[in-house]
Design a protein around this ligand. Structure first.
Ligand SMILES: CC(C)(COP(=O)(O)OP(=O)(O)OC[C@H]1O[C@@H](n2cnc3c(N)ncnc32)[C@H](O)[C@@H]1OP(=O)(O)O)[C@@H](O)C(=O)NCCC(=O)NCCS
Length: 194
C-alpha cells in the first residue's frame, strides 16, 4: 500500500484549509492545552468537565486523545499557517460505528474569535466525518447561553432538535443544553447548493 493510500484510510488524518493546518494533538501541546482549558472565557461554556487547574490534567487530556486511530474519539489542534500559532482544537467524541454517528467538539482561544477560523476548520472536519468516517449523523451539545457556538453551528447547517434540561452538572448546578445535529444528506444538499 502506498503512503497516499495509507493516509486515505486513516479515520483522523491531518487536514488543511486555506488558513489552517489541523494535526493530531501531541505531548508538545501541554502548555497550549492547559491555557485553553483553564481560560474562563472558554470553560464558562464547557459544563461536562471542570476547568483545568494544573498541567498534569492537560497531560491526561492529551493521553486520552493519543493514538486516535485505535479509538472512538480524537482531537485536532488548529495551527494558523501565517505564523504557526496554535489557536484551538476540535474533534469527534462518542463515535458509535453501529449507528454511524458521533459528537463534535471545538474550542478556540478568545483572541482568535471573530475571524471565521472555526467555521473553516469544521467544514473540513465535517467532510472528514461524512466521507472518511462514513458518519450519517453528527451531534452537537451546546449550553443554551453559548450564542457564538449556536451561531457557528447554524452557519454550518446544523438543526436544533431539542432542549436537554439539566443535562450537565458542575459545581452544584445543573445546566440546560441544546441538542443539534447535521445529517449527511443535508450536508450533501447544502454543499451542492453552495
Ligand atoms: C465557539 C467558538 C469556537 C466560536 O468562535 P467564532 O470565532 O465565533 O466562530 P467562527 O470561527 O465561525 O467565526 C465567526 C465569526 O467570525 C466572523 N468572520 C470574520 N471573517 C470571517 C470569514 N471569512 N468567514 C466566516 N466568518 C468570519 C464572523 O462574522 C463571526 O463573527 P461575529 O459572530 O462577531 O459576527 C468560540 O466562541 C469558542 O471557542 N468558545 C468557547 C468554547 C466553546 O464554547 N466551545 C463549543 C462548546 S459547544
Amino acid at each position: 500500500m502506498s503512503l497516499q493510500d495509507l493516509h486515505k484510510h486513516k479515520n483522523f488524518p491531518d487536514l488543511e484549509t486555506e488558513h489552517l493546518f489541523l494535526r493530531q494533538m501531541t505531548f508538545d501541546d501541554i502548555d497550549f492545552v492547559y491555557n485553553e482549558f483553564s481560560d474562563p472565557m472558554i470553560t464558562q461554556y464547557l459544563m461536562d468537565e471542570p476547568p483545568l487547574t494544573n498541567r498534569d490534567e492537560a497531560r491526561d487530556i492529551i493521553q486520552f486523545y493519543s493514538d486516535p486511530e485505535t479509538k472512538t474519539h480524537n482531537r485536532w489542534v488548529l495551527v494558523r499557517k501565517i505564523d504557526n500559532q496554535t489557536i484551538g482544537t476540535c474533534g469527534f467524541h462518542k463515535w458509535d460505528k453501529r449507528y454511524f454517528r458521533a459528537e463534535i467538539g471545538y474550542d478556540m482561544l478568545p483572541q482568535f474569535w471573530g475571524h471565521g477560523y472555526m467555521k473553516e476548520a469544521l467544514e473540513v472536519v465535517l467532510a472528514n466525518g461524512f466521507q472518511q468516517m462514513e458518519l450519517n449523523r453528527i451531534d452537537a451539545l451546546v449550553a443554551i447561553e453559548n450564542k457564538r457556538s449556536l451561531s457557528l453551528l447554524n452557519r454550518l447547517g446544523f438543526q436544533q432538535e431539542g432542549l436537554l434540561r439539566d443535562y450537565f452538572y458542575l459545581d452544584g448546578k445543573f445546566y440546560d443544553h441544546f441538542l443539534l445535529s447535521l445529517l449527511k444528506r443535508d450536508w450533501h444538499k447544502n454543499k451542492i447548493q453552495g
